[in-house]
Design a protein around this ligand. Structure first.
Ligand code: ADP
Ligand code: MG
Length: 887
């Protein structure tokens, strides 16, 4: 790379343009992809990566700094963990030793291999552990007389735009630790306020902190759905090198600092296309603002370096980009690794990842060595003293005044110099103290986790429960021992005395008890709390065997291990079928639960659909009534108009009769009045004719109108019939139990079911009068389910609204945060957001008690308003005026 050409130069003020290094890595097929008989769509040759879209057979080709083929081990160019470390991370470490900042981040869809690349698994260690170990190995080989190394680390997670310290379990007050915030130092730039920064002196120090951090992540991930795929984890090492140089036998310290940021980003699918086009942002929730903004920053930087014009870079729009300001377009040597799946089913996401990575290729950073200002000052002071000494020597003989002046200055500089040196010594002392404090805190944190039941060292004969997580990185990280006698399980609260303390909405205060009597282990469910063994919800004490799956409260998955039982079975001959616990992973437990809970889940989904249809029918009924009502009132208006017209006609006739009577009486005057009479008669005749015509027209209009209404009523009735039939069929099917074909049953439905239960539990516990339902939106045309939403019903106000699944997920995360913090006041706007479109609640509305306002909202239902829009009632006024003006 061009940036390396000058790296061994002595110039410490060196500033270099350095391109962001971009690599792509393709992983092997997962078991699921293998089972689907997937074909690979990716090929690599040199630094080129090509994707063939199986749908169109079109080939897309991209070129990066590196293309890593990790698809099959037997391939001659297979990229192992070690090889990737060497190619991508070793140069970064070299730069860090030179005093530059370094950064590496992994981008890609969930399950594509980000964590495998960054952290790795057991023997397949990834970049982070390799780099840390390498760092300490290199330090050990350095001459300690010449360079002092000092290392600190931090490890945090960005989730929902909040920063969670992974190295602190509980705040000093014993309360749950609050999220941290980003601040900006005028000189040093953005930083996380209050973040734990631990001094580390060996690789094993880092390992134990990482273990602690990963246990915290695993604990947090169980409480929040999809948390691990939606969060970014940032591991930072800060290295300070103090080089001891001697100038004229005097010690001269020279300090270099560098930050090494290693980042495992959230799954790229958390920032879908709909988000980038701004569509869903209208909802007021961003699923992952940090990832969205990272894309914007990369795109802006790439444009900037291509057209050479200074552009606004929206670093401050998200927590992650603000913190990574220096790593992108700033003072850092940065690399990115984009991970992709080889499977055809991921083609679209893979292409989007490759395009994203391509943009990053053109970003240019400006890296410079970070030299400590104090050290430079000392050097400058020393040079100054030397100069003055020389001047002093020459002035000694000539000018005593000047001599005294020089002496004074030298003294004051020496004082300053000593001050600086004392500062450095003080810093060393402070570091040592910090190190000791960190060690103490680590022990306290471990104790705290152990109090919650999480074991650190496995006792190899006690039975235990190990956690299973959707994210393999967080699976089998938490270990809970089952001691002889009773082990109680319950919700984690400040005063909980339970042996195993779990967080989570659906975990009851006293959830279950596990009994271990001479190696026989059984689990006893308590009251309402849900406990599943091998997928089935249990109501009675159940004996556990090695490899059994235990699920508590809906989303805490465990595998039961019984080492003694394994030994026994191994000794007996027929035990081979028993030992496949390697397959009893999260995927296995989840599928088993899905199959066992199928009936339950299906009836839940059907319930939602039935409800949706019933509501639809109800609104058709209401629309019908409205039409009926309109018709009646129109008819009444027409009839009264006809009556009044008829009365007028009668009046005119009566007037005419009187006129004729008068005519006879005043026969003598006839002649005189002949002319007037003729005129009057003409006028009367005309009036009568006009009124007759109007009556006729009004009658006709009424007739037309009635026919028109009758047609609409007929249509609505047919509509109602159709829905009623659908409902009938649904109900019939439910009775028959043959329905499996119509309902797409999947993992997401089960997850949604658990999430809805959680939301209802929180609402109930906080007294929020809000209930949540699964709502299957039905397409107007086809009558089939077009999308799934969550219906939010405020039973106190009798109003209802609908949330998309993404919005619901976001809101639930916020609810859980509030629930955990026990601050129910702030919950108000989660449960009732005035910005939502609320409608009167249909479900309990009796059709007869219709209000106008209510009717208006029914019109929003397209299927019904479509029918009603045809009803354009002509105002009576118009008929009259048009006739009058027409005659
Ligand atoms: P992500 O962090 O991107 O969600 P993971 O790193 O957890 O994905 O990988 C998902 C699964 O794929 C894990 O079980 C992991 O062991 C496996 N995997 C990923 N990359 C590789 C690879 N290069 N070689 C072998 N297995 C891999
Ligand atoms: Mg991961």
């Amino acid at each position: 790379t061009p940036s390396e050409s000058n790296s061994t130069g002595k110039d410490v003020f060196k500033v270099e343009n350095s391109k962001v290094i971009v690599a792509v890595r393709v992983r092997p097929f997962s078991n699921r992809e293998k089972n689907e008989n997937s074909l690979p769509v990716i090929s690599m040759s040199g630094s080129e990566t090509a994707v063939r879209n199986p749908a169109t057979n079109q080939v897309y080709s991209f070129s990066y700094d590196f293309s890593f083929w990790s698809f099959d081990e037997c391939h001659p160019n297979f990229a192992s963990q070690a090889m990737i470390y060497k190619t991508l991370a070793v140069p970064l470490l070299e730069r860090a030793f030179e005093g530059y900042n370094a950064c590496l981040f992994a981008y890609g869809q969930t399950g594509s291999g980000k964590s495998y690349t960054m952290m790795g698994f057991d023997e397949d260690r990834g970049i982070i552990p390799r780099l840390c170990e390498d760092l300490f190995t290199q330090i050990a080989q350095m001459d300690k007389q010449q360079v002092l190394y000092h290392l600190e680390m931090s490890f945090f997670e960005v989730y929902n735009e909040k920063i969670h310290d992974l190295l602190v379990f509980k705040a000093e007050s014993g309360q749950k630790k609050q999220p941290l915030r980003v601040r900006e130092h005028p000189v040093l730039g953005p930083y996380v306020e209050g973040l734990t920064v631990n001094v580390v002196s060996s690789y094993s120090d880092i390992q134990s902190w990482l273990e602690l951090g990963n246990k915290q992540r695993a604990t947090a991930a169980t409480v929040m759905n999809d948390r691990s795929s939606r969060s970014h984890s940032v591991f930072t090492l800060m290295m300070t090198q103090t080089k001891v140089e001697f100038v004229d036998e005097e010690q001269c310290d020279h300090r270099l600092t560098s930050h090494i940021n290693l980042i495992d980003l959230a799954g790229s699918e958390c920032c879908s296309k709909a988000q980038t086009t701004g569509e869903r942002l209208k909802e007021g929730v961003s699923i992952n603002k940090s990832l969205l903004t990272l894309g914007k920053v990369i795109s802006a930087l790439s444009k900037q370096s291509q057209n050479g014009k200074k552009t606004f870079i929206p670093y401050r729009e998200s927590v992650l980009t603000w913190l990574l300001k220096e790593s992108l377009g700033g003072n850092s040597q940065t690399a990115m690794i984009a991970t992709v799946s080889p499977a055809a089913s991921s083609t679209e996401e893979t292409l989007s990842t490759l395009r994203y990575a391509k943009q990053a290729c053109s970003i240019i950073n400006i890296a410079k060595v970070n030299e400590d200002v104090n050290a430079r000052l000392i050097r400058e002071f020393k040079a100054e003293i030397e100069k003055l000494k020389a001047a002093q020597r020459s002035a000694l003989n000539t000018d005593p005044e000047k001599y005294r002046h020089y002496l004074q200055e030298i003294t004051s500089l020496r004082i300053k110099l000593h001050q600086q040196e004392r500062d450095i010594a003080e810093m060393q002392r402070a570091w040592k103290e910090k190190f000791e404090q960190a060690e103490k805190r680590k022990l306290e944190d471990i104790k705290e986790l152990q109090k919650a039941g999480i074991a650190f060292k496995m006792d190899n004969h006690l039975p235990n429960l190990v956690n299973l997580n959707e994210d393999p990185q967080l699976s089998e990280v938490l270990l809970y021992m089952i001691k002889e006698g009773e082990t109680t399980v319950g919700r984690c609260t400040p005063n909980s005395k339970h042996d195993i303390q779990l967080s989570g909405v659906l975990i009851a205060d006293d959830h279950c008890v596990i009994k271990n009597t001479v190696g026989k282990v059984s689990i006893i469910p308590l009251r309402e709390a849900k406990t599943y063994v091998n997928g089935k919800c249990i109501l009675d004490p159940t004996v556990l065997h090695h490899g059994d799956r235990v699920i508590l409260g809906g989303d805490h998955y465990f595998r039961f291990n019984h080492p003694v039982e394994v030994q026994k079975v191994k000794r007996s001959s027929c035990g081979s079928m028993f030992l496949h616990d390697g397959l009893k992973d999260f995927e296995f437990a989840k599928n088993e639960l899905l199959i066992a809970q199928r009936t339950q889940l299906e009836s839940e989904i059907e319930e939602a659909r039935l409800k949706a249809k019933e509501e639809m029918m109800q609104s058709v009924q209401i629309a019908k009534e409205m039409v009926q009502q309109e018709l009646t009132s129109q008819k009444e208006a027409y009839e009264s108009k006809i009556k009044s017209l008829e009365a007028e006609v009668r009046e005119e006739s009566r007037k005419k009769q009187i006129q004729e009577l008068n005519n006879q009486k005043a026969a003598t005057k006839i002649q005189e009045l002949e002319k007037t009479k003729q005129n009057l008669e003409l006028e009367l005749h005309f009036n009568k004719k006009r009124l007759e015509m109007e009556t006729l027209a009004t009658k006709q209009a009424l007739e037309d109108h009635t026919i028109h209404h009758a047609k609409i009523l007929e249509a609505l009735e047919a509509e109602k019939q159709k829905i009623a039939e659908e409902i009938h069929n649904l109900q019939k099917n439910r009775g028959n139990g043959n329905k499996t074909t119509t309902i797409p049953l999947n993992w997401n439905s089960l997850k949604l079911s658990v999430m809805i239960k959680e939301a209802n539990t929180i609402s109930n516990k906080l007294g929020k009068n809000t209930v949540f339902y699964r709502h299957d939106k039905i397409d107007n045309k086809t009558g089939t389910v077009s999308s799934v939403q969550v219906q939010v019903r405020n039973i106190k106000l009798g109003i209802t609204t609908f949330w998309s699944l993404e919005k619901f997920a976001c809101k639930l995360a916020a609810m859980k945060e509030l629930y955990e913090s026990n601050d129910s006041n702030k919950a108000a706007d989660i449960f009732y957001d005035p910005a939502d479109e609320w409608e009167p609640d249909l479900s309990d509305a009796s059709v007869s008690s219709l209000s106008r306002r209510r009717s208006r909202s029914f019109m929003k239902n397209k299927r019904i308003s479509g029918c009603l829009s045809e009803i354009k009632l002509q105002p009576i006024q118009n008929i009259q005026t048009s006739h009058v003006s027409g005659t």
